[in-house]
Design a protein around this ligand. Sequence first.
Ligand SMILES: [Zn+2]
Length: 131
Amino acid sequence: MTESERRNVELRCAFCGKRNRLDMTRAADRPRCGECEKPFLLDRPVKVASEDLQTVVAGADVPVLVDFYADWCGPCKVMAPVLDELAAERIGSVLVAKLDTDRSCSACTGRAARLTLRRACRRRPRQPGLP
Ligand SMILES: [Zn+2]
C-alpha cells in the first residue's frame, strides 16, 4: 500500500484511554479498541480532547473536520445534526471530530484550529474554476 492509499487515524479509546491506530478504509466495520475491545463509532462525530487534537489532526491520513462546540450554544445545536449526517455519509474518507470548548479551552484558539484548517485545505481536491 502506498502512502497516498493509506488512510489511518490515531484515536484514543473513549472507554479505556488507549491510543489506537485505525484503518479508515474499514471504518464502517466498527473497528475495536486493541485494549478493551469496545467499538469506535466513526459514523458520528468522535470526541477528541484538547491535548489529543494536534496528534489526531497531524497523524490522520484523511481530512479531519473538528467541531469546536459547547453544549449551551444554540448555533452548535443547529449544526450538530448536519455534522452527524456528514460523518455518516463520508465515513472512511473524512474524520469528523468534536471538541467540547468548555472542557478544553486551550485548543479553541490559535495553533490547533489553524492546523486543522491548513490540513483540511491541503487535502481538498482542487475544483475546476477555483483558485
Ligand atoms: Zn479501549
